[in-house]
Design a protein around this ligand. Structure first.
Ligand code: SF4
Length: 410
């Protein structure tokens, strides 16, 4: 029964949405004279990363004083590192470029609020052996490296990633694998870090083989931002190797539709063709994606790349991240602008990782307005209110007779 309406959401300007959804190549930019074979070689891209203030100043004379000061301090907190490919997505004329804000350090990173933490998700407190986080009953997070192709200024694991702050992270796989093997309740292993796809094919294959040899490990996952920072890494050889380990899922990480280039779409297509289900995790970031139209373009573009938008994270209370954290109010407004306004498959779950190690808590706009034993009052995406008569729970209608034999399992 429809009760009342509180009005419709406004649609985004169609031209802006269409422009955000266009697939473009990152181009060659400053590296136009590098031979094609080198440019497409992921090891060349890693070797030629932008890692110093001097390189940044040369490539981007428009560096602001805040960025220059940030880059000076970066290597004492979280290293500066940007692949040439990803650097080409930065608009040097726009200090608020959403790609730029994610990877160019700023002086604000050196200011830590009282409630910010170096380990905001309390991972170290849930680590039975170094590099393994056992927070949930049936799954573990396996931190396999502290290296990434490029470094995100809001990284939740900046305490260890890049080793700039001296965490000295040297995971010894034997200990972690022994723990997993000794705990039959672990059915799901998520490889993360750092970025596991930074390993050579051989090293990754060896690790996956050892995990697959544990009978109770049903499901493997890899969390990676490499398809976005370094699509050249997603070679046909890597995809053929990964497909031996099904069921294997990959979660990518992208925040703005401009990161989804033609190169990224092709790389993701190769992973999807290898039968790997793909999901995306985004972090809600101020002046990057804290906007309904930007987020709508991102999730729709992800589906075009065969990726299911999986989570949108409220930015963790990581030390020095206040300038990048958008409000929960904004996050809820965005979710309200997605649900019902676009394909259900395109709608991720918005979560807050509870500070200190409470785990992921789903956060949703209010759709259930009231509920009692007789009725549920709900609101739809247009703001219209409906009443649903509550059903009565009871015993299952089917009760097997005593001489019923269930079919044999084969
Ligand atoms: S890719 Fe992931 S682990 Fe690496 S810096 Fe970015 S958020 Fe951190």
């Amino acid at each position: 029964m429809h009760i009342e309406s509180s009005g419709n959401e406004k649609d985004e300007p169609p031209a802006l949405l269409a422009s955000l959804k266009e697939f473009r190549s990152a181009g060659r930019g400053f590296w136009h004279d590098v031979p094609e074979a080198q440019w497409n070689d992921w090891r060349w891209q890693l070797k030629n990363r932008i890692t110093t203030l001097a390189q940044l100043e040369r490539l981007m004379p428009t560096l602001s004083p805040e960025e220059r000061a940030g880059a000076q301090f970066a290597n004492t907190k979280l290293a500066l590192g940007i692949t040439p490919y990803f650097f080409n997505l930065i608009d040097p004329a726009d200090e608020n470029c959403p790609v730029r804000r994610q990877v160019i350090p700023r002086i604000e990173e050196t200011t830590t609020a009282a409630w910010e933490l170096s380990d905001p998700c309390g991972e170290d407190g849930h680590s039975p052996v170094p590099g393994l986080v056992h927070r949930y009953p049936d799954r573990v997070l396996f931190l396999v490296t502290d290296r990434c192709a490029s470094y995100c200024r809001y990284c939740t694991r900046s305490r260890l990633v890049s080793n700039a702050s001296g965490y000295d992270f040297h995971p010894e796989f034997d200990k972690q694998i022994a723990y997993i093997a000794a705990h039959p309740e672990i059915r799901d292993v998520l490889l993360s870090g750092g970025d596991p796809l930074i390993f050579s094919d051989e090293k990754l294959e060896d690790l996956l083989t050892r995990l697959r040899a544990i009978p109770h490990v049903e499901f493997l996952r890899i969390g990676t931002r490499i398809p976005i920072f370094l699509p050249q890494r997603i070679t046909p050889e890597l995809c053929s190797m990964l497909k031996q380990f099904h069921p294997l899922f990959i979660s990518i990480h992208t925040n703005h539709p401009r990161e989804l280039t033609t190169e990224v779409r092709e790389a993701l297509g190769r992973l999807a063709d290898a039968g790997i289900p793909l999901g995306n995790q985004s972090v809600l970031l101020k002046h990057v994606n804290d906007d309904v139209t930007v987020m709508r373009a991102l999730v729709q573009k992800l589906l075009m790349c065969r990726v299911k938008p999986y989570y949108v994270y409220q930015c963790d209370l990581i030390a020095g991240s206040a300038h990048l954290r958008a409000s929960v109010r904004k996050g809820l407004e965005i979710m309200k602008g997605l649900r019902g306004h676009t394909t259900g498959y395109a709608v991720p779950q918005y979560v807050i990782d509870a500070p200190g190690g409470g785990g992921k808590v789903p956060v949703n706009p209010e759709y259930v307005l009231s509920r009692n034993s007789d009725r549920v009052v709900i609101r739809n995406f247009e703001g219209k209110v409906f009443e649903y008569p509550e059903a009565r729970d009871g015993r299952p209608l089917f009760k097997p007779s005593e001489d019923f034999c269930p079919p044999e399992l084969v």
